[in-house]
Structure formats: C-alpha cells, structure tokens
Write a protein that binds this ligand. Structure first.
Ligand code: SAH
Length: 355
C-alpha cells in the first residue's frame, strides 16, 4: 500500500480527488503529515474521510529500534526500523548554528568502498521518498525541536537512488512541508559522474560533497571501485561543470588512511590535481577539502593516520592554496559514523537465527 508521504503535493491532491473527496483536504493533511501527525488523528476530518484515505493508503514513519546519545556532545544516533523490518541509521548533530541530521539513502550499498562498513553486505534496496523524509520527521518528533539542515552521508549512495532522492529533495524543501532550505542540504557522492551532470540540471541549490579520498587513479582504484568506471579526471570535470552551472561550491572529502593515501607526495598530488582541473583561467571555484581520519571498521584492516601526518597533510594543501580542515569528530563515544550500528544489529539477528 502506498505511503501518503510518498506523494508530492500535487499527487496528494490527485489521490484525494480519486477517492471522491474535495481537493482542499490535501492542504489539510499535507502540513500535519510532514510534521509527524497522522491524518487519522486530525479532528477536522470526518471518520468517513479517514476511512476512505486509509482504505487506499497508509501513513507510517520509521520506528526507533535503538537510540544512543553521546555523553560528550549530545549527538544522537538512531537505528530506525522500516515497515518491512529493514534497518537504517541516522545521526542528529547539534552545532552552534543549528541542528543537522545525517540520513541514509539506501539499505546497504553496492559501491564497495574498501574502508566503509555500509557496503559489506551489499545493497538490499533503495529507500523510498517517505523513508528519506521519515528519518527526519521521526527524529524531529523524538528530540522535540526543529531540524534545520540535512547531510546525505549515511548508509548508501544517494545518486544510485536518483529518482527517489530528487523527489525527496523537492518534498523536504516544500513550503507547506518541512521547508528546509536547500543551502542547508548537502549530498555526498562517491562519484557517479553521469548523475552529477543530471543533478546540475535540477536547479536545486544544494551543496555537493565529493568523496575523493585519493588524487591518483592508481590509489583510488584500489579503495573505491567506482573509480574504474569514472576516473579522477572525469570526476573533476563533472565537478567543474556542476559549479559552473549552479554556482554552488563543492566540498571534497578525504579520508586519511595510514600508509595508503596520507603521504606528503599524495598531498602534493592532490593539490596539483585540484588546482589544475578546477582553477582555470575563467573559473574561480573555491576549493575546500575536509580531512577525515578513517574510522577503523572491525571487518577491515585500515588504520587512522597519526595526528602529525594529518597536520602535515593539511599544511601541505594550505601551502598550495587549498583550504583544508580536519573534521571534528562528534559522537565519538557512540560509534556515530554510519553503517556500524546496522552491521551490529544484523550480526545479532544472524546469531539468533543460527542458535
Ligand atoms: N555514498 C556516499 C555517502 C555515504 S558515505 C559517499 O560515498 O559520499 C559518507 C562519507 O563517509 C563518505 O565520504 C565516505 O567515503 C566516508 N566513509 C565511509 N566509511 C568511512 C570510514 N570507515 N571512515 C571515515 N570515513 C568513511
């Protein structure tokens, strides 16, 4: 049965008319639904109207299966259970300038990045728009305050679930809905080049974040299989196009893995690559690199770079005119990076079913 939260405003009007109700009912239910209130509990709808709605559709939000709160900084991590029993993770982070949620875009992932926990069991399925929205609505209801920003950096590759993600982005920015400003939304991708070109045409003022993690094809091929399809040069060409078309700056994520991609030579190669591909005569694209010490994953053999290596890497980039910041770690005590809580839960289920 269709979830009411999958409908655009216009689709909801069409649905309401199709069940023989007046069009204005759509306006009555759209805003409350997006704030977490089921049409079932609205007093301005007759029970007959409600019956007709729920004979043809459902309203459901992800359920909190586990919740961890960081004692260090208040970061909240949720393991949400969806209608079909699958689980995804979301993390709510409080910053001085507002509250941001990191949401998942797929159940599992098929991109195969070597250092990432989300990809270990492959992709199970894409998330629907209602499940993307649902993570925000359910978290907002639970913390009791407004969420002002979204990062699509949880489990999954958002551009591998393109149509649902675009529909979700249009819904989440709707004036009658959650109304989150596009400038407060960022989407992170491992580099699906064809989709970056498509995204540039959508006229959405979101920030694009590129998981680069290496400047040379040799190293990137080793840790990110997607690079075998689109190499570093093709990816950066797409980034330049995205910036030229939208005027939105792009940030680059660079996970530092000891002995793999953290050498002085790699920092120089990265600066050279970014400068030569993105800073041409007629483009002044601001470049910002986020350095993230790799979060060791139990199933993987990667180790964090040392503090000195990280500092040196950042300094080398800065010396070549590339802004670099070392990402502050939030929720360090609750294992807040995505993919690991779902892995733990899946392992528990396996153990139970084998017992
Ligand atoms: N698929 C998207 C979004 C999800 S991953 C993407 O690749 O961008 C979000 C970010 O976390 C990416 O930059 C990813 O490379 C990074 N990441 C994944 N596993 C990590 C780990 N173990 N340590 C540090 N960063 C990691």
């Amino acid at each position: 049965m269709q979830n009411l939260l999958n409908f655009t405003y216009e689709e909801l009007e069409g649905f309401i008319i199709s069940i023989g109700e007046a069009k204005f009912r759509a306006k009555q239910i759209f805003a409350p639904m997006h704030k977490g209130i089921s049409p079932d509990s609205l007093t301005n709808l007759s029970s007959k109207t409600k019956e007709k709605i729920f004979a043809n559709a459902k309203y459901s939000l992800p359920k909190i299966r586990r919740k961890l709160v960081s004692a260090l900084d208040g970061t909240v991590k949720y393991l949400f259970e969806l209608d079909d029993g699958n689980c995804v993770e979301s993390v709510v982070m409080k910053y001085e300038h507002g509250t941001t949620i990191c949401i998942s875009s797929q159940i599992g992932c098929r991109m195969g990045c070597a250092f990432c926990a989300s990809t270990i069991g492959g992709k199970v399925r894409d998330l629907e728009p209602c499940e993307l929205l649902g993570q925000i609505i359910a978290a907002q209801n639970d913390i009791g305050e407004r969420i002002d920003g979204i990062v699509m950096m949880g489990i999954g590759e958002p551009l591998d679930n393109y149509d649902n993600v675009i529909k979700f982005l249009r819904l989440v920015g709707h004036k009658e809905g959650l109304n989150i400003g596009y400038r407060h939304i960022s989407l992170s991708t491992c580099g699906l080049v064809d989709k970056i070109y498509r995204l540039a045409e959508e006229d959405l003022q979101i920030t694009l974040s590129i998981s680069l993690h290496a400047a040379s094809d040799e190293i990137r091929n080793k840790i990110m299989p997607v690079n075998k399809k689109w190499g570093v040069d093709e990816l950066l060409d797409a980034c330049k196009h995205y910036f030229d078309k939208t005027g939105r700056r792009i940030s680059f994520e660079y996970t530092l893995i000891a002995g793999e991609n953290d050498s002085e030579a790699e920092a120089l190669a990265l600066a050279k690559k970014l400068n030569s591909k993105l800073r041409t005569k007629n483009s002044t694209m601001p470049i910002h690199v986020n350095l993230i010490p790799v979060n060791p994953v139990k199933e993987r053999d990667f180790k964090k770079s040392g503090k000195d290596e990280i500092k040196r890497f950042a300094k080398t980039l800065e010396s070549k005119g590339i802004r670099a910041t070392v990402r502050r770690t939030l929720g360090a005590d609750i294992n807040a990076s995505c993919g690991q809580l779902r892995r733990d839960e899946m392992k528990k289920e396996e153990a139970n079913s084998n017992a």
